[in-house]
Design a binder for this molecule. Structure first.
Ligand code: HEC
Ligand SMILES: [Cu+2]
Length: 318
């Protein structure tokens, strides 16, 4: 029997150190408080001849001591916890992306290379992986105990989570948000492989097109290219190079063209209209699945990207 799951990601030991420190600190204070409590309960119980004259201590010194010491300890724990939280929440700039769509009751996974999986993710060891996640029905939560990471997966939003797997192996993936009848069956496996094994896994499973290529196909099929294409008669904004840049919207506001922004444009949610254009774009709500939206985003991301390095910079500024 094991008390803790294995520490299989770069942040796992850091999380454990904090947890163990908190448990240790609590134990120290439990002993400091309860040992004297029990001792005094016996010493001063009714009928004993203990000396009950109040002690002549400088009260304020005591008060200040037991206020300042816990305050410093708690502020220390706060600083430690906050910095660890930011570390866990902010994916490193060089992380590569994998898309995840949760639904009752499975995890659908799409790699940028176009490989699809269900209830499984294959990743290389020692590389930072960023999961871009959404749900097509209710709130789910993506939880890998061995990696010490958990993040809600919310319909209509993209949430992210990252990890850097520390050792090859197979690790459980759970949904940790009660999401309906078969919630308990929403279980998957993370397979961490040595980079060469991962490369050959990718090569043998990819069916050709990358996510961006699938998105390009959809872009034509759904008629986006009819308006946004080079020879279109409709005045629609160019989509080349918009990803990650601020877009001027009606009413003199700017919004960064990130995944959520592009998703909102395609579904025409939140009344986003680009400044200087007629609001002619139809909504594609109900015409594109969550996976297809992610493919369209991958395609728009790939547009006008001349320098692969740019990728990293854009991620870094988010
Ligand atoms: C009928 C023409 C038309 C079609 C079809 C169309 N769009 Fe648009 N699109 C527009 C217009 C006009 C705007 C600018 C006005 C606005 O934002 O409402 C726009 C805005 C956008 C924006 C925001 C651009 C920016 O500069 O911030 C994105 C992203 C976008 N469209 C993507 C798509 C995708 C993806 C599809 C296909 C699923 C699509 N559009 C289909 C006309 C169209
Ligand atoms: Cu779930």
């Amino acid at each position: 029997m094991r008390l803790f799951p294995s520490e299989a990601s770069s942040v796992a030991p850091e999380v454990d150190h904090l947890v163990l420190f908190l448990i240790g600190l609590s134990l120290i204070f439990i002993v400091l408080i309860f040992l004297p409590l029990v001792y005094f309960a016996f010493k001063y119980r009714r009928g004993t001849k203990a000396d009950r004259t109040p002690p002549r201590l400088a009260q304020w010194k005591l008060e200040v001591t037991w206020s300042i010491i816990p305050l410093l300890l708690m502020m220390g724990v706060f600083a430690w916890g906050a910095s660890l939280y930011f570390h866990i929440e902010r994916p490193p700039a060089d992380a590569f992306e994998i898309n995840v769509v949760g639904k009752q009751w499975m995890w659908k996974v799409e790699h940028q290379e176009g490989v699809r999986e269900i209830n499984a993710i294959h990743v290389p060891v020692g590389r930072s992986v960023k999961l871009v996640m959404t749900s097509q029905d209710v709130i789910h939560s993506f939880f890998i105990p061995d990696f010490r990471i958990k993040q809600d997966v919310v319909p209509g939003k993209y949430t992210t989570e990252w990890f850097n797997a520390a050792k090859p192996g197979s690790y459980y993936l759970f949904c940790s948000q009660f999401c309906g009848t078969d919630h308990a069956k929403m279980i998957g496996r993370i397979t961490v492989m040595e980079p060469p094994a991962y490369e050959s896994w990718l090569a043998s499973n990819s069916s050709g097109g990358t996510l961006a290529v699938a998105g390009a196909k959809l872009f034509t099929e759904l008629g986006c290219s009819g308006c946004h294409g080079a020879n279109s008669k409709v005045r629609a904004p160019k989509l080349e190079g918009i990803y990650g840049k601020p877009v001027p919207l009606e009413g003199s506001v700017f919004q960064i063209a990130d995944d959520k922004y592009i998703r909102d444009c395609i579904l025409q949610e939140n009344h986003l209209h680009v400044a200087g254009f007629q609001p002619l774009m139809p909504t594609f709500k109900g015409h594109a699945s969550e996976e297809e939206l992610m493919e369209l985003i991958a395609y728009i991301k790939s547009l006008g990207r001349t320098n692969p390095e740019e990728d990293v910079n854009l991620e870094g500024t988010k």
